[in-house]
Ligand binder design. Structure first.
Ligand SMILES: [Zn+2]
Length: 236
């Protein structure tokens, strides 16, 4: 009873509410608002893959032109960044200190993931890391929170040995595509070899625009022996 009263008092002053519709809710993005996000599952596949891609198109998946260069076999994006609910949620996740919104955002990604995943065995997850300076500033890595959501839901292990070695400026603050790509050049380093029984790795990130962050991270992972390198992002 004491706990209930204390919690009620806390709720009175710090209510949980949906950041979009403002209704009181236990999670910060309610089911009604999630249901309003159109399913814009989009898939990029490598032009001439050496291995079978981990993600496959299903009925309403939008296919992008094939990836001609790079180390990524397939990229699955679950929604459009232009959607106001997605944009606002990512803003809260990254800049408004709301790590708990990673749960409902993970559920949106899980919808596309379960629809488009070809196989479920021997997969490892790899969150796109933050540079230590930015991690210190933000207090958490939003990509790791999303990866932890899939770890809990799908029982997939997390590869924690990818490091961001360059403290690059914010990609989203750079408008020019070429500069964005150069900005990420050799930004990552993987420090542990792929284990022999890991068939596929899935990079996890919140948003991608030019794919340059994902491509650079994939390059680092390929150097330590990962063969099938894929990426799952919330929005593009
Ligand atoms: Zn809502």
């Amino acid at each position: 009873m004491q706990d209930f009263i204390t919690q009620s008092i806390i709720d009175l002053f710090v209510p949980n509410q949906c950041i979009v519709c403002q209704r009181l809710n236990k999670v910060n993005l309610c089911g009604d608002c999630i249901a309003k996000i159109p399913n814009n599952t989009t898939l990029w596949l490598k032009d001439k893959p050496k291995t079978q891609p981990l993600f496959v198109p299903k009925f309403n998946t939008k296919i992008q032109p094939p990836l001609k260069d790079g180390y990524i076999d397939s990229i699955l994006s679950c929604s459009k960044f232009s959607n106001h609910i997605i944009r606002k949620s990512i803003h809260y996740l990254k800049y408004k200190n709301l790590p708990q919104i990673a749960g409902p955002l993970g559920s949106i990604m899980l919808r596309s993931l379960s629809q488009n995943l070809r196989l479920k065995d021997n997969i490892i997850l790899c969150p796109i890391p933050l540079h230590p300076n930015r991690l210190k500033f933000r207090g958490y890595n939003q990509a790791l929170l999303l990866a932890e959501y899939f770890h809990k839901k799908l029982n997939l292990d997390i590869y924690n040995e990818l490091y961001r070695i360059l403290d690059t400026p914010h990609q989203m603050k750079i408008n020019d595509r070429e500069t964005r790509i150069q900005n990420m050049d050799n930004a990552f380093e993987a420090r542990q070899k792929a284990s022999t029984d890991t068939q596929s790795i899935i990079l996890i990130d919140d948003v991608t625009t030019t794919l340059s962050t994902i491509q650079e991270a994939a390059k680092a992972l390929s150097k330590v022996g990962f063969n099938s390198i894929n990426a799952l992002v919330l929005a593009h």
